[in-house]
Write a protein that binds this ligand. Sequence first.
Ligand code: PEP
Length: 242
Amino acid sequence: MIIANWKMNGSKEEVSSWIKSVTEEVDFDNEKPCVFCPPSCYLDYSCSLIKETSSPIFLGSQNINYKKSSALTGGIDSKMLKEFLTKYVLIGHSEQRETFKETNEILHSKLLAAINEDILPIFCIGEPSEVKQKDNTEYFLGSQLEALYDVDLNGVIIAYEPIWAIGSGLNATKDYIEKIHSFVKEYCRSNLNSDVKISVVYGGSVNLSNCEEIMSSFEVDGLLVGGASLDPDIFSKIYNLS
Ligand code: PEP
């Protein structure tokens, strides 16, 4: 799967031209879902455009709250997301973890809220550079993966996004990604007792020149693309090459 994470970027006009261009330029493959995660305020509009044009693009939300219909200013719940045919949701992105101080307990509740409404979580994990330098990455990621304890992993996607690679132009090498993805898959098998085949996608400075190399690894099941997804031509090329 190839996921476009727009973060807090774009406008209504840009959403419209992105959906139009990507729908025209991408050689859609059912085995490789094309997922668009715009800012929440554009989900409704994106959903209408996707329906109108019968586009094979799937919608993903950048956020979800775990309570339903509650007094939470700025909140958006799973039932609301479902109204816009949201199929995926990013949970645990490092920017959200840091800004909103999301703990494993909160993330666990978000995972359950999504799954209960049949929305597939894209659960993001990743280590900061200090942790990598001290060679503590696996221990660090293991503690993040504990949020998945007792979660039905069927359909859950894990996005490995080293924090030092996000938006920095420094993507992780194919060997490093392979090592970490294989650790994540093994962790799910042994520590979460999951016999589900879990998909692990990579994110962190993916662009047109590194996407093919990263995707050529048998451990990489897809890409989560931030900055490079804003331009529909570049994103479509990344999809088609991957
Ligand atoms: C992201 O934050 O999800 C991401 C992968 O960003 P970028 O591609 O810009 O590094």
